[in-house]
Design a protein around this ligand. Sequence first.
Ligand SMILES: [Zn+2]
Length: 442
Amino acid sequence: MSLARALLGRPRRDRADVLSFQSSQLRRLVSHAYRNVPYYRSLFDAHGIRPADIRTAADMQLLPVTSKRDMQVLPVDAVVARGTDPTKLIARRTTGSTGEPLTIRRSYLEELVLGAFRKRALQAYGWRRTDLQAEIEEVEARHPRDHQRLQRVLHAAGLHRRISLHALLPVEEIVRKLRKARPTVVTGYAAVLARVGEAMQGDDLPPLRPRFVATHSEVLTPLMRRQIIEGFGAPVFTLYDSYEMHLIAWECGETGQLHTCDDSVLVEIVRDGRPVGIGERGDVVATALHSLAMPFLRYAIGDIATRGADACSCGAPFATLQTVQGRMFDYFPLPGGRLLHPYEIIALLGDKHAWIRQYQLIQEQRDRIVLRVAPSAPPSAAQLEVVASAIRRLLGTEVRLIVDLVDDLPAEPSSKFRVCRSLVRSEYDGIDWSATGSASPR
Ligand SMILES: [Zn+2]
């Protein structure tokens, strides 16, 4: 069995097949990380673990969990494999999603492999190679190493066609562009797609009716689900992903649970360092089986999930999650009816301000927003002013911005740290995360 097979999308026979592939990839990854990545070499040595001690997923508990903070403070050559030139990798910075900037590096080939796993999930919803997919996302400048050679060949043949729409465009403009392009599949951030759905419902034109809509990167609430179904006139499914892992799990069309992508990511749900039982909640700890350039072994993503059955009742050979409390970004309702997406502020924080180690945005009142920052080193008054004045220009004179410097922004034990939160109105209030039988939740 090989990676090529994963890429070709041939279905795995059964659970045993998936697990044996997972274990062989895991052994390859562990031995590679120990030999070539200084951070993991010292982690293994410090705990007296040898690569040969780890044969299957169950053995991973020997290894301590690595947090974003652990990785964030390390130099590139401690986390990137020896013999890999970091400048030849595609670098993506997790600025917006976590409040703790971290640069993820992957080779072009690794990106292709992970993209193929995502495509497999979309195929389960009916995606076809001839589809035109509209993706609503934060459009990044194309990385020079991401030469898109394969994608260009496919596009020329009328296959895997995609259009990208920036998530921060005004909603009316996204609607106009979607109606013009008439995509057969729409994917993107849950909260943005919900607003687009709402806007399309109000414009009295016939629904767009793509074959399906798939949301990712953010929690899909029951209200968002309804707005998308009614506005687009299409079924909606949710993908659970992260910058570090790419696709982690995808919603089962039959049961509403999430299938974990066991042949790409080893997913553990742990509480106080131990795996939780089925139906229990815990921290998501993940190992990226195909990332060799910059390995992630037992990495705490910062999300909370409820563990589901070890095999989905639909017959698919994957384990399941019942709910995921992942990324939740509130829109901020400002005075005068303006709705601000916190990405607009996060875009200003950018990655130019190295003194910002971690941050959180809280809208305390309609006209009062607090930016809490845990600095890596105390900023000068001028550094602080650059950030504050840029945000104030965006907010206008009616909203007061307060910048609070704090030592740390810890999450409560086993609760989700929310980077952007509105105390005025939140889409996520009132959700019962312990409810079972629904993915993220229905
Ligand atoms: Zn299923």
